[in-house]
Design a protein around this ligand. Structure first.
Ligand SMILES: [Mn+2]
Length: 363
């Protein structure tokens, strides 16, 4: 395990422009990526002459065990300047890149002060460099994401059995969390979306007291976390009867999702074309204006990460995990979204989901 994190850290050093001595990583998420250690007060100083992980007494022992391949230093508030200044001297650090997208101005000012004479540089694009590493998932990361996905699928299948007249969205959302946690989810990937009937037209509706009724479509957008890695899946199911319009819309969304997935399976490499594979079909059916969001996004240590599957384009990175999640939302009536995660390989893609997508009519 240790070697993997050292390898990632060396990868980062190899892409940091020569004029900088290294990077200061203080975000919890990037800290976890490079060290494997979860900590809300860790300062990972990466330099070409060596790395130091600085934290406070609450975490020193655990950090020392988890990060046995680099120096772990404890600091306390009053001696912060001595500790960090000493590291700056010891490693002769002139400049460090910082995570401009993830650091507050207050943190930046404080770290500049304690690390002096080291200069913190926010113009070096460190966030983009890290993103370019994180986007390529290794087999351990895929194992975690599949495990998270499996728990979400088992849990959603369990929820299908609970759906009946009078059960509220909030009841279903609560049961999702309870059941998924019992199956081993560390936590949920995000607040579950359970949107029934007319609430389904709001893509990110918050589950409320609305009770399930005959004729409802119910959209579940759910995910779990295993080993720090997220899963993301959406299913729309019907309860009781289904109108012809509901059937037609469901079928359009299902075919749009399949089109975008087929593009990936066939080895498609363009984000914009993947987006268009879903969007053009929905447009051709006359519902283009009811599909307002992008077709998908990267998933990993965070629920939404690079890249975005949208008109903005770019290549689909090999070994990335992206979602394909088209939807049609008819205000005041209902909505349909179907979402799955796919793993992009050299020659095609692997579907990380196995839960059925055909229209399911419960009750
Ligand atoms: Mn998603």
């Amino acid at each position: 395990m240790a070697n993997k994190f050292l390898w990632r850290t060396n990868q980062l050093l190899s892409i940091i422009p020569e004029e900088y001595d290294g990077a200061l990583i203080i975000s919890e998420i990037n800290g976890k990526y490079f060290t494997g250690f979860n900590c809300d007060n860790g300062y990972f100083i990466v330099t070409r002459k060596g790395c130091v992980y600085v934290t406070d007494s609450r975490y020193t022992e655990a950090a020392g065990k988890a990060i046995d391949w680099c120096e772990v230093v404890e600091y306390s508030g009053p001696e912060m300047k001595e500790t960090f200044g000493g590291i700056s001297q010891k490693y002769g650090i002139r400049t460090l890149l910082v995570e401009s997208d993830r650091m507050t101005l207050t943190q930046c000012r404080m770290m500049s002060e304690v690390l002096a004479p080291t200069v913190l540089a926010d113009e070096g694009g460190l966030d983009k460099l890290i993103e370019s590493l994180r986007v390529h998932k290794d087999s351990d990361e895929i194992v975690c994401m599949k495990a998270a996905q499996n728990i979400a699928e088992q849990t959603l299948t369990h929820l299908y059995g609970m759906i009946k007249e009078g059960v509220s969205e909030a009841d279903l959302a609560f049961e999702f969390e309870f059941y998924a946690r019992r199956l081993g989810a560390e936590r949920l990937a995000f607040d579950s979306i359970v949107a029934s009937g007319e609430n389904g037209s709001m893509p990110h509706a918050v589950p409320g007291q609305r009770k399930i009724r005959n004729g409802d479509f119910i959209t579940f957008d759910v995910g779990c976390v295993v080993g720090g890695y997220h899963s993301d899946m959406t299913r729309t199911v019907a309860y009781g009867s289904v109108s012809d319009e509901q059937r037609r819309i469901y079928d359009i969304v299902l075919r749009a999702q399949q089109n975008a997935m087929d593009y990936l399976f066939a080895g498609g490499e363009e984000l914009a074309e993947c987006d268009a594979a879903a969007r053009d079909l929905i447009k051709a059916e006359g519902y283009g204006e009811y599909f307002g969001h992008g077709t998908g996004h990267g998933v990993g240590l965070e629920i939404h990460e690079f890249p975005s599957v949208s008109y903005r384009g770019g290549k689909i990175p090999v070994n990335s995990v992206i979602t394909v999640e088209p939807g049609i939302y008819l205000p005041g009536q209902f909505g349909v979204r179907i979402e799955d995660m796919l793993y992009k390989t050299e020659t095609g893609a692997v579907d990380l989901a196995s839960l059925d997508r055909e229209l399911l009519i419960l009750g």
